[in-house]
Write a protein that binds this ligand. Sequence first.
Ligand code: HEM
Length: 198
Amino acid sequence: MNPRRTHYTNTAIALHWVSALLIAGGFVLGLTMVDLPVSPRKLQWYSYHKWIGVTVFGLVCLRLLWRLRHPVPLAPSGMRPWQRHVAGVTHWALYVLLFLIPLSGWLYSSASGYPVVYLGIKALQLPDLVHKGKAMAQVLRLVHELLNYTLLGLVLVHAGAALKHHFIDDDDVLRRMLPRRAVRSKARDESSCVAIDE
Ligand code: HEM
């Protein structure tokens, strides 16, 4: 990618929004499935939740690879240094959580004695990471839940900041994460942009 570009690449945009949709779906499913009575439906929903988690884990690995090869696009020049710094820290915190949440779910599954069989295909069964154990499963469940609620809080701040940039500051922060065909950038050239602090 040209290091001076002002818009995310189509790959980055697709990875961002597909991940966001999957995460939202997995989160709602996770909250709903635990209260279902024991039934084939409940087991199916647990499977869907795990498949979403494995997919998010794969996508975050792809995103990190993409990210190592592509610097963040230039930020609108109206963004203050502290705002660019907070944005950078938030993005990395989101990446860490997107990595740790599926991992904690996988660990929890192993400790509960329910292996993760991706897409129901036996050949894609993930190896157990820890031995089955009730106490360990309880701790890992708590860790998985806490990480998810931390992600929820961070996503609310992240999305709130993006919407504030769009509707109040009227800058390009949100537009550059939307397909170029759908939006018209306000920045006509890179002279109105600055490098983000990361
Ligand atoms: C589960 C939900 C979400 C997650 C996990 C997430 C995660 C991320 C991450 C990790 C980045 C950094 C990309 C990079 O530079 O490497 C990012 C960028 C961005 N996200 Fe999200 N996001 C989510 C939802 C949203 C929503 C709902 C919005 C808008 C309302 C949004 C707007 C943006 C924008 C505008 C950027 C670019 C910010 C910039 O360039 O400074 N995201 N997101």
